[in-house]
Design a protein around this ligand. Structure first.
Ligand SMILES: C[S@@+](CC[C@H](N)C(=O)[O-])C[C@H]1O[C@@H](n2cnc3c(N)ncnc32)[C@H](O)[C@@H]1O
Length: 314
């Protein structure tokens, strides 16, 4: 048995999760086809996938991060035994704390699934212009498609998170993402060349376009309640939008964490902007509960008109 097969066998015997054959082949093919030279991996486990990537012909460099000290130590040994110390750099740390400035041609996110979105948001800044981000386990052994396959509460929670991550990818205007039915479900995201960062303008109460009707305020709901605004309502992620006379209203339909609201709002705006342009509309009002404003959304102006009305001028 060669070194790589032994590592795989060790992982199987010790229940250490490693990339499935088909998923691994997909990534290796992507590396070769796209001529990727620098790879960042989040979640090394015992180094199996990193060793596979670095063993591909050509001069490939892999930077990989593992949080678990025992797995890290074994990965270090495995990398050494394969003679790949010069091609693989591994560190033992929480990837969310890692300080990495380099750019990579391929980023493989394969660590804690519940944190995929955080990893994605953090490491997208390390992606080279033509690079790709790959995530694994999006089908979670068929359970994402068929949640009834499990009754375990924490697995059900995890499945929900994976679903949310998939919709985050699909609605993310900054990236073009394809989901591949290979291995345990693999996504491939590349930067969207047409992406334009939305711009927001702060308006004051004096501005005639700002309004805050009590009726609109009443429409704001908390909790997981999904509410319908009108028959023409459209829904994307956590928001719905609908057309009023000469403006659009975006409403929050599900309360979630602030970071997610922000990202989903950005995504929603991309959709609504397109529709607004088509309809000759120049104003979008965004309703959020007043406690829903958060750091990092300064670019969006908050009008001082009661319970959180943002106005976005096209
Ligand atoms: C599925 S395994 C990785 C398998 C590996 N990529 C392979 O195919 O050989 C996921 C690994 O991510 C690690 N991990 C989880 N959260 C992490 C974090 N925040 N930072 C770094 N590693 C993490 C886990 O300890 C685990 O070993």
């Amino acid at each position: 048995m060669n070194e790589i097969s032994q590592i795989k066998e060790y992982a199987r015997k010790n229940s250490i999760p490693i990339v499935m054959d088909k998923g691994g082949e997909f990534i290796c093919r992507t590396i070769v086809d796209r001529g990727c030279k620098k790879i960042l991996e989040i979640g090394s486990a015992i180094g199996y996938s990193a060793i596979n990537f670095a063993s591909l012909p050509d001069d490939i460099y892999v930077r990989t991060i593992e949080i678990d000290i025992d797995r890290y130590s074994r990965a270090v040994d495995n990398i050494k035994n394969c003679g790949l110390e010069n091609r693989i750099k591994i560190t033992n740390e929480d990837a969310l704390d890692a300080l990495i400035d380099e750019k990579f041609d391929l980023i493989f996110i394969d660590a804690a699934k519940a944190q995929y979105e955080k990893f994605f948001e953090k490491f997208k800044h390390n992606l080279s212009e033509n690079g790709v981000i790959i995530t694994d386990n999006l089908f979670f052994h068929g359970m994402v498609e068929n949640p009834q396959l499990t009754h375990n509460y924490s697995t059900i929670k995890l499945i929900r998170k994976i679903r949310k991550f998939v919709s985050f990818l699909q609605l993310n205007p900054e990236f073009l993402t394809t989901i591949h039915d290979t291995g345990d479900g693999v996504s491939l995201s590349m930067l969207n060349p047409d992406f334009i960062q939305p711009e927001y303008t702060q308006l004051s109460l004096e501005d005639k376009n700002v309004s805050c009707s009590p009726q609109l305020s009443k429409e704001i709901e908390y909790g997981n309640k999904v509410y319908s605004v009108s028959e023409e309502e459209h829904q994307t992620g956590l928001f719905s939008y609908h057309k009023k006379e000469d403006y659009f209203v975006i409403s929050l339909i599900e309360f979630y964490d602030r970071e997610r609201i922000k990202i989903t709002l950005m995504n929603m705006l991309m959709f609504v902007r397109k529709d607004a342009v088509k309809n000759g509309i120049h104003l979008i009002k965004i309703k959020l509960p007043s406690d829903c404003f958060f750091d990092g959304i300064e670019r969006i102006g908050l009008s001082p008109c009661g319970d959180g009305m943002l106005v976005h001028k096209l």
